[in-house]
Design a protein around this ligand. Sequence first.
Ligand code: SAM
Ligand code: DTB
Ligand code: SF4
Length: 335
Amino acid sequence: MSKINAFEPRHDWTLAEVEALFDLPFMDLVHRAANVHRAWFDPSEIQLSQLLSVKTGGCAENCGYCSQSAHFKTGLKAEKLMDADDVVAKARAARDGGAQRFCMGAAWRELKDRDLPKLATMIAEVKALGMETCATLGMLTADQAKALKAAGLDYYNHNLDTGPDYYKDVVTTRTYQERLDTLSHVRDAGMSTCCGGIVGMGETRRDRAGLLHQLATLPAHPDSLPINGLVPVSGTPLGDKVLSEGKAIDSIEFVRTIAVARIVCPKSMVRLSAGREGMSRELQALCFMAGANSIFVGGKLLTTPLPDMDEDSRLFQDLDLKPMGSVRAEFVAAE
Ligand code: SAM
Ligand code: DTB
Ligand code: SF4
């Protein structure tokens, strides 16, 4: 059997198999994940995405981790949908800073048809900058997914967030099945999927395995697979729980989650997503070794901070990493 065949994607993972990966001795797990990573990717290349919150706060959903839910008092000021020109200016700056993909996020339960024309303009103009386009706008109908694709949208982000068993402890205003339905509309419209979840919300290892098992048994593995470390936001139920109990996810368990994601979805871009702010350089390096090959850059996620560009440039330089397919190659500052 060739090396590639041994690492061919599978869609028949069982939950028990995924749990067994988590239980491997750490060194064996990371070694195996690194081998899978190297079978499909150049391990020195990291894909860079930049986020912008194009519609902030006041969201009708009750996701227990989210600064933008209208159900919780987080002190965040709600804002209306940004003008396309302002979004494009931010995208141009992101591109000039080295980002390859620009992701527009809206604090909506679902996209409303009345907002489609403005979004279509935004998407088309960002694409015209030569960037990959991504959006995360809540639930979509099949027709809305087709309209976004026609406007030039390459990726749609819609997360499963956690395993099916823990889901009810995270959000009750949207079902797991509704998330799966939106993902299938996105695939049917011919867009690439960006789908992952959050760890560190008080879930068990079995729940983390449950999330990765769901992702690995989708009809198509996500093209991008974000693993978000919970950013604990004061005023949210899950953020407050972590802040009061001081129970952030153990960093070794976080690396295990990245490694298992790499093994079960070998060809996906595994994104070391939210939670990089406050992670040591060494922990980030371990995540890259374990198969993470995508990050958000630019100092800010949607409403919470990220390391600034200079810090990330230094990290890339020290780890001999380079941005994947960047429109601007000199992200890593010359000495
Ligand atoms: N409103 C849309 C939705 O939820 O479908 C899109 C925006 S929402 C903020 C995008 C994703 O960000 C969520 O699905 C969740 O996985 C992640 N996220 C939100 N708040 C987070 C936090 N405090 N820590 C980590 N990830 C978070
Ligand atoms: C994803 O999985 N993570 C990003 C993106 N998709 C939209 C969002 C992270 C948000 C973190 C909290 C915040 O900044 O509000
Ligand atoms: Fe709304 Fe998305 Fe936040 Fe949930 S995660 S409250 S849907 S913005």
